[in-house]
Design a protein around this ligand. Structure first.
Ligand SMILES: Cc1cc2nc3c(=O)[nH]c(=O)nc-3n(C[C@H](O)[C@H](O)[C@H](O)COP(=O)(O)O)c2cc1C
Length: 199
């Protein structure tokens, strides 16, 4: 029993509100029912510009661009646990999620350890069964490691690197992806275990 609820911030990197958002919402609902406070940031309809490598953040300790990234900076900092979810684009993470990752360079300019010790998990949703989900997980896990975030998976037999889904480009079909849902359950279970043990 925790008096102060642990907080999980979920980022949905898809540019639209469809299959990936469905999965992230399912994950956050499960976490809520298990006593966690959750917040979703969906890239759908949001203005997240790419990093310009202007180095303004290195001098001024904040990003020069004023857009919806402000909500992401706040959510990431306040979170105990972070879920990075992406639709697969060109065999890897979405360009929206890549932009978010690059823009957190502003964090490093302020304090290299800002995200250190948080717990992270990855969700990847591809139109194809093997469309690049593992590459997306590896990118998300690499991001976690760069920032000192502890990455968790659901372990062997289907969730080696996180939760992987085959949407067949359809919301109806992803709801039938039982193997994907199992990989999500297993990854969430370990994510919760790590949060309770290390935060
Ligand atoms: C530009 C683009 C590139 C894509 N590339 C891949 C791909 O390489 N592999 C794959 O499995 N699916 C690919 N897809 C399909 C999406 O990953 C799939 O439809 C996914 O369910 C979309 O998630 P969403 O419904 O949350 O937007 C691509 C979709 C787009 C728009």
């Amino acid at each position: 029993m925790y008096l102060i609820k642990m907080k999980v911030f979920g980022i949905c990197g898809s540019p639209r509100s469809n299959t990936t958002e469905y999965v992230v919402k399912s994950a956050l609902e499960k976490l809520e029912s298990d006593g966690f406070e959750t917040e979703l940031f969906s890239c759908f309809g949001k203005d997240i510009k790419p990093c310009m490598h202007c180095d303004y953040c290195l001098e001024n300790k904040k990003c020069i661009i004023e857009d919806d990234m402000a909500d992401v900076y706040k959510g990431l900092q306040e979170a105990d646990g972070i879920i990075l979810a992406t639709s697969i684009q060109s065999g890897g993470i979405s360009s929206n999620l890549a932009a978010i990752m690059d823009r957190t360079r502003a964090f490093e300019a302020v304090d290299y350890n800002l995200l250190r010790g948080k717990i992270g998990m990855s969700i990847a949703v591809g139109g194809d069964r093997t469309g690049g989900q593992d590459f997306a997980h590896l990118k998300n896990i690499t991001y976690f490691m760069i920032h000192g975030i502890i990455p968790v998976s659901g372990g062997p037999f289907g969730s080696n690197l996180g939760a992987s889904f085959w949407s067949n480009d359809s919301l109806d079909d992803i709801k039938k992806d039982e193997y994907g849902m199992k990989s999500l359950d297993r990854t969430l279970k370990e994510f919760e275990n790590f949060l309770k043990k290390y935060i």
